[in-house]
Design a protein around this ligand. Structure first.
Ligand code: UD1
Ligand code: UDP
Length: 371
């Protein structure tokens, strides 16, 4: 209970793109149950299609954003600058005691920078992940956000190790576990009640799931065509379900003359349907960050079609293999899984569904003195 005469701790939480919504949902729920806090949700509008945004608010019970900046798409600089410019006014108007950002998208970086310049402390959820590949826009976002943040909430051991090596003060770093897994655990039972397999005419254990949206895969026509080639071969062996990200949809239209791959192509799916699909898949092929983690918890084999990962625990402890972008290697790894050579893996420490509680405990303790 807030003591009489003391004002509440005011947080501004920021989300903008699909993977942010699964991360912010459990935090907002936890904060709503703590009388010491009042929280304002800002949606930057980086993602805006219903299938990339509002459907997740509905599926995950996220309250309507208090503010939607409506920034939309643009180049790296345009999008980042638009969020930076628009969110500053919101911060000045509401004067939060802290700003909470999640993940590694452009909205994460821009909100952190705006807050830091206004001397508002930043809490970064999913801090310390590093691919060591600065050609990825996300890697730049992670590095800058972590330098600016006052609270660095890490999801796996590599996060703390990377931050220590970079000189982050040890008392700013908190190993709290994986916030996305709070959402997975809270929703898996309900997800399993949806008849997405029936709708797509699939059988449990008899199909693969594919997602692709990294610029390194989908913005290069030769690479994208080569990937589709091997994935179409795989589709000859078992159905490959491919919910197509809008970036990839745009690349297919612009770079491949509109020729959709001969796979089981769908719109981007809602969280619950997609989670059910992942849970019952024989195999997942992806370049997503979050999907590498979800498959580890679900114990489903995952082939990551990238040359690196910022989430190494999914490889060292989970079910993930980094197979790169070479079709021959992808074919070999997929066939090995179909032949029954899956690794069991284990669930990493603190991926237990209570990460939001640990984060809010730290914030409540450290912000106790605001007045
Ligand atoms: C962004 C993130 C990436 C994250 C991904 C999750 C950055 C740098 N990238 O990539 O880290 O993994 O989201 O999905 O922040 N588009 C639509 N409708 C939408 C959203 C996007 O049509 O609702 C199309 C537009 O053509 C846009 C393109 O997708 O130009 C890319 O969107 P953008 O937000 O710039 O990057 P993502 O590739 O989605
Ligand atoms: N996801 C979804 N529907 C889809 C594809 C992905 O709900 O059609 C979910 C997925 O389960 C995970 C999140 O979106 O929770 C991952 O987002 P994305 O791959 O876009 O971003 P990344 O994690 O790579 O930043």
């Amino acid at each position: 209970m807030a003591a009489a005469g003391r004002r509440r701790i005011r947080l501004l939480a920021v989300a903008g793109a699909r993977p942010n919504f699964m991360k912010i949902a459990p935090l907002l729920r936890e904060l709503a149950g703590r009388p010491r806090f009042e929280t304002l949700l800002v949606h930057t509008g980086q993602h805006y299609d219903a299938a990339m945004s509002s459907n997740f608010f509905r599926d995950l019970g996220i309250p309507e954003p208090d503010v939607n900046l409506g920034v939309g798409s643009g180049s790296q600089a345009e999008q980042t600058a638009e969020v930076l410019r628009k969110i500053e006014g919101v911060m000045l108007q509401h004067r939060p005691d802290a700003v909470v950002v999640v993940g590694d998208v452009n909205s994460t970086l821009a909100a952190s920078l705006a807050a830091a310049k206004l001397c508002i402390p930043v809490a970064h959820v999913e801090a310390g992940l590093r691919s060591f590949d600065r050609t990825m826009p996300e890697e730049v976002n992670r590095l800058v956000t972590d330098v600016l943040a006052r609270w660095l909430f890490t999801s796996e051991p590599s996060g703390g190790e990377n931050l220590a090596r970079e000189g982050a003060p040890a008392d700013h770093v908190h190993f709290v576990g994986n916030i996305m897994i709070d959402t997975l655990r809270a929703n898996l039972a309900q997800a399993r009640t949806l008849d997405v397999l029936g709708r797509l005419r699939l059988e449990a254990g008899g199909y693969a799931v594919l997602t692709l949206h990294r610029p390194s895969n989908v913005d290069d026509p030769e690479r994208l065509a080569a990937l589709f080639g091997v994935l179409e071969e795989l589709h000859g062996l078992l159905p490959v379900v491919f919910p197509v990200h809008p970036r990839t949809q745009a690349s297919i239209a612009r770079l491949l003359g509109g020729r959709a791959p001969r796979l089981l192509v769908t719109e981007p799916l809602g969280y619950l349907e997609f989670l059910h699909l992942l849970a019952d898949a024989k195999l997942v092929l992806t370049d997503s960050g979050g999907v590498q983690e979800e498959t580890t918890v679900l114990g489903v084999p995952c082939l990551t079609l990238r040359v690196n990962t910022e989430r190494p625990v999914t490889v060292t402890q989970g079910t993930n293999q980094i197979v790169g972008q070479d079709p021959a290697r992808i074919r070999e790894a997929a066939l090995a899984i179909l032949a029954g050579s899956d690794r069991q893996g284990r669930i990493p420490d603190l991926w237990d569904g209570t990460t939001a509680r640990r984060i809010v405990d730290v914030l409540e303790r450290d912000l106790e003195g605001v007045s």
